[in-house]
Design a protein around this ligand. Structure first.
Ligand code: 1AL
Ligand code: ZN
Ligand code: ZN
Length: 469
């Protein structure tokens, strides 16, 4: 970490000048002085549901990317489900791009869906990949979205063989439905649907473990010299830090091309603390007990969990059934996009989290997952990039990289109450409302453009869709 100036030219980082070398090198009239604030690579959130087009009333490109900019996130990768239609073909990706263009405050890439309908159709998958999705995503359990059915191991095997050629990843929601104890969901005193522990029993860690076991029979093929070399499997939002994690560790040490993310809500909350009926905390896989959370932190700090993502997934507040508070019937998904940086920082204090670790978990490793060489979609808002410009999204402050930067004050505390300017569409369903956080975002730059500063967004929407080439 240095005291330094970052020089930005044509949207890229031109030089990094240390404090003691500054004199004469930088003309003061062009300097923005952020004092003691931290200048870090912008966050890259590889797991966000923006639900646009089709369910833009749940979130939407403008509101979601506004929240991202306010939170220091400079690139989002949008999930293929919750929009209507789901992103499962070239045509549906084109609808996404159209919905995003000129309506986004930060850059947005897209995952495509691997679903039974396209899994055995290599040319359909190739068409979707050729159209620019950064990789594919599938579910091993029902997703709750009708046009996004679940896949099994055979679908995933087919997907990986196509992805190998493209060297793009497959992201998987790893929970596999296992038989449950009977009488769950029945209110008999011990199974009150307003109690989080009841919900927890409906999605035990054995679901994650079973899915991961299936996946690891396939990831062996991704090893060097294996039939799917070049493919990569990424497990999204891991919650179980016990046997599931042990399995992942073993597969990684065997050489499988495998990474795993967890999310701030699994690191910040524990099941015991979730108030009865507070369905803002419902997500899948569920938030588990405090001991599980400690082990998850440990795994993150030791490098067994590779990165963090928000899994920001809001819905219409009425679907959360906040009045009745029935965890079994409420729609799942945590709303968090704007606060992932201060949340990781605040809850990480206890574990001695460093700024370097934040950059690794939120920028460097997600950038690597989301794609090495990406092409900027040419659009009217970005005329200054020639059509064939290849950009490298490295998630680091380094010469030649995009000037995607967050400036923030780790020591500034704030109460996340009703008064706090929240930019997500439905602030009331955010699980973090009511907490005190430290780490205030002062400014966010996307490719050198100041998109957010001192609580205000720039009027120009200069985010662009990011497509793989
Ligand atoms: N349809 C969803 O948004 N699902 C998401 N919902 C969660 N995590 O509760 C997810 O990523 O599985
Ligand atoms: Zn999921
Ligand atoms: Zn998700």
């Amino acid at each position: 970490m240095w005291k330094c100036a970052v020089e930005i030219k044509d949207g890229k980082i031109a030089s990094i000048v240390k404090e003691d070398e500054k004199h004469g090198k930088i003309k003061s009239e062009n300097v923005i002085d952020y004092g003691e604030a931290v200048v870090m690579p912008g966050l890259i959130d590889v797991h966000a549901h923006l639900d646009d087009p089709g369910r833009a009333e749940w979130e939407g490109f403008p509101s979601g990317t506004k929240a991202a900019a306010a939170g220091g996130i400079t690139t989002l990768v949008d999930m293929p489900l919750n929009s209507d239609p789901s992103t499962v073909s070239r045509e549906t990706l084109e609808l996404k791009i159209k919905a995003a263009e000129s309506r986004i405050y930060v850059d947005v890439g897209f995952w495509g869906g691997l679903v039974p309908e396209n899994a055995f159709n290599a040319s359909a998958l190739e068409d979707l990949l050729d159209a620019g999705v950064l990789g594919l995503k599938s579910f091993m359990c029902p997703s709750g979205i009708n046009d996004f059915p679940m896949t099994n191991a055979s679908h995933i095997k087919e997907g990986l063989s196509v992805l190998a050629k493209y060297r793009r990843p497959l992201l998987v929601h790893a929970e596999k439905v296992q038989e449950l104890e009977s009488n769950l969901g029945v209110e008999d005193g011990s199974n009150n649907p307003r109690s989080y522990s009841t919900y927890l029993k409906t999605r035990p860690p054995s679901w994650e473990e079973a899915a991961i076991k299936d996946l690891l029979t396939l990831t062996k093929d991704t090893r060097i010299g294996g039939p799917a070399e070049g493919a990569h499997l990424h497990i999204v939002h891991l919650s179980d830090s016990r046997s599931s994690l042990d399995l992942i560790k073993e597969a990684k040490s065997g050489g499988d091309s495998l990474t795993v993310e967890t999310c701030p809500h699994y690191l910040a909350f524990s099941a015991e603390e979730i108030p009865d009926g507070d369905t803002r905390f419902k997500c899948s896989p569920p938030i588990r007990d405090a001991a599980n959370k400690e082990k998850l932190w440990e795994a993150l700090l030791e490098g067994h969990v590779d990165m963090l993502s928000s899994d920001h997934s809001p819905a219409m507040p009425e679907l959360k059934l906040l009045d009745g508070g029935d965890f079994l019937r409420a729609w799942g998904g945590i709303s968090s996009l704007q606060f992932v940086l201060p949340v990781t920082w605040s809850y990480g204090q206890k574990y001695g989290v460093t700024l370097q670790q934040l950059a690794l978990w939120w920028s460097e490793r997600p950038a690597r997952l989301a794609g090495q060489k990406l092409k900027v979609e040419l659009s009217s808002v970005l005329a200054k990039f020639p059509a064939d410009t290849d950009i490298v999204m490295l998630g680091a402050i380094a010469i030649g990289n995009h000037a995607d930067i967050v400036v923030w004050d780790p020591d500034v505390e704030f109460d996340l109450d009703d008064e706090f300017p929240m930019h997500v569409k439905h602030p009331g369903i955010s699980a973090y409302l009511g907490t005190k956080l430290s780490g205030r975002v002062a400014a966010t730059f996307v490719r050198g453009n100041l998109v957010f500063e001192e609580g205000k967004h720039a009027p120009a929407l200069c985010g662009v869709p990011i497509l793989a080439s």
